[in-house]
Design a binder for this molecule. Sequence first.
Ligand code: NDP
Length: 343
Amino acid sequence: MAAASSPSGLRRSIVLKRRPKGEPNADDFEVREDPIPAPAAGEVVTRTIWLSIDPYMRGRLREEQTYAVAIQIGEVMTGETVGEVIASADPAFSAGDIVVGSRGWQTHSVTPGDRLTRISKGAAPLSAYLGVLGMPGATAYAGVTEICKPKAGETFVVSAASGAVGSVAGQVAKRAGARVIGIAGGSEKCLWVQDSLGFDDCVDHRSMDLRRELLAACPNGIDGYFENVGGAVQTAVFDQLNPFARVAMCGMVSQYNQTVMPPGPNLGFVVGKRVLIQGFIVSDRPARLTEWRAMAEPLVADGSLVYREDVIDGLENAPDALAGILGGRNFGKLLVRVSHEGD
Ligand code: NDP
């Protein structure tokens, strides 16, 4: 195979400088520059356009390993990206192709071609492949359809309802015929969840009496719960679960910055109510992403699947973006625009 031409210029990467204590901040990271590498046989060089910021990234900053390997000091921060191929030594890719992959917080990456997925231009905005048509959308789809299994007439509750995962989870449950109640932080998010996503109700978890407001929104109890936040929200929901409720344990973002975990849990009710609680990790189910994307692309195109993005410009702002998503300062799928599509 003919050698691919070498791209010129510098690549900027954000690497971990020290492990954060509590909320991460920009001082925990540093910017590194090096020449954009040339691709070896089978490799592809991409220019990053969009970088996804996700709550799971906080877990990768811990010393101890969670379900995935921790980032080491000096290593490039992990993250899903959409990028444009600028040089290729893999016959399956050409310059100008748009690809999705887990290429990290950097302006350019060199990657074996078999770790990238080409996406078609024009079916949806490129950023959507990191949110509603990407890992968060597939997470919602897998958790709702495999674990919560909502039915017509049942009450389904989802926390972090205005976020990337929660907004899709509620819409999938709604399509199954359930009565869907969101939980979100603040009146602006709650209004959007009801008016734009079409949920039947939304409860503000910052309100004075979350338990009472949830009871009012769910007079027949809760049959399905999609757990994204944990903490006080979880306590209020668990109190109101019906016998045989199904709970998808997707994440507990309220605990990700905590250095000392709260005491508990007391899950004694799980027995008496015969509640099914199941944790899941979307990366164990790669086929669900392909299935979800094929199903959801036309729904995004015709506007019947609603999503919202919160865009921050500039790779150097990625650490602040991560702190923001853990503190609930994002409104919708959080993305960093690293460069513009037509650059
Ligand atoms: P979001 O876009 O929903 O952003 C996170 C949201 O969490 C914030 O906007 C905020 O919303 C809410 N939040 C943060 N802190 C608190 C708190 N203390 N109490 C209550 N709510 C809080 O993120 P994602 O949609 O990307 O992720 C949602 C969840 O899904 C996370 O737990 C994540 O780890 C999990 N996840 C799990 C996967 C899996 O495979 N199991 C895969 C992908 C995501 P608000 O202001 O409304 O409270």
